[in-house]
Design a protein around this ligand. Structure first.
Ligand code: ZN
Length: 305
């Protein structure tokens, strides 16, 4: 007894799948049929073939079709076709930089073929119009993280690649993808960066604000001063790690009025010292809160009036 449930359930038989490949091959009259070429004329998806036969090459082998072109046929293939195949792989992976390993996995031409034609992988990549890594090498990671933070805050949620493609970022999505090897990796690197230990240590990138003048010291809240007699003062500048932690704790909402950029894109969030730094308030999580620009402004007006 033969059980056919699998085929029945999926609606299309192996024979039908293979017949469609032959139909397209006949249509085009080429010795070799890549999946990307099949796709533009064929009825079935790559995943269907993969599920059923393991890989596209297996499909070709099963049909007794060539799985590769010979060297003479290869030479007739224009550069443009190879280049557009790389672009197709990039698009399929949703990436603007494709490694040779990835291409080896998804591309239709072998790596030795590419090497023979273009010399180096970098040259092939450059010809395809995918931007070279050199263009963004100079932007420090810290700047990229600051930009992720800014976007995250302005959206009030984790930015997606779709968000990034909307032109809200100072640096292109490609820049992040190239640097970190994908958008998710960029976010992971960012999270790791902001969650790294250290309360508010001075880093090379933070702006060192001048210590308040003697007249300010006179205003320092005695209580606040007493609580940290021995401790060295924290920097007034709230570094990215700390700022992001505070924003996250407050769910990207103003602690005073509840405004959030997720609801109202015009909302601008600030991280504010509860006890002003000039009055002895430290730059540490317990003394920081998220306020919208309106509430923050209201607060400082009170302080100065
Ligand atoms: Zn507010």
């Amino acid at each position: 007894m033969e059980f056919k449930l699998n085929e029945y359930r999926q609606g299309v038989t192996d024979v039908e799948l293979l017949a469609d490949v032959l139909r397209v091959a006949g249509l085009l009259g080429d010795v070799y049929l890549s999946f990307s070429v099949y796709k533009s004329h064929g009825k079935y998806s790559e995943s269907t073939f993969r599920k059923r036969f393991g890989s596209w090459l297996n499909v070709l082998a099963k049909l007794g079709m060539r799985t590769e072109r010979n060297s003479i046929e290869m030479k007739r293939i224009p550069d443009a076709e190879m280049i557009s195949d790389l672009q197709a792989v990039a698009e399929r992976l949703g990436k603007k930089i494709v490694t040779s390993t990835e291409y080896g996995q998804y591309g239709k031409f072998s790596l030795p073929t590419i090497a023979e034609r273009f010399g180096t992988w970098a040259n092939f990549v450059e010809k395809s119009g995918l931007k070279s890594t050199g263009q963004v090498r100079n932007v420090p990671d810290a700047d990229l993280f600051t930009e992720i933070e800014r976007i995250w805050i302005s959206l009030g949620k984790q930015p997606t690649t779709t968000d990034m493609k909307k032109g809200i970022s100072k640096y292109s999505l490609d820049t992040f993808m190239r640097r970190f090897g994908g958008w998710r990796n960029a976010l992971l690197a960012f999270i790791e960066y902001v969650n790294a230990d250290g309360q508010n240590e001075e880093s090379e990138n933070s702006i060192a604000l001048p210590m308040p003048g003697a007249s300010h010291f006179a205003d320092i809240d005695a209580q606040a001063l007493k609580s940290r007699v021995s401790a060295k003062r924290t920097s007034r500048n709230i570094n990215l790690k700390l700022r992001f932690t505070v924003l996250q704790q407050d769910n990207f909402r103003c602690r005073s009025c509840g405004a959030s950029p997720a609801k109202n894109p015009e909302t601008e969030l600030h991280v504010d010292h509860i006890v002003p730094w000039s009055k002895g308030g430290e730059t540490e999580i317990s003394n920081l809160q998220t306020l919208c620009s309106k509430c923050n402004l209201g607060k400082s007006n009170h302080e100065f009036c």
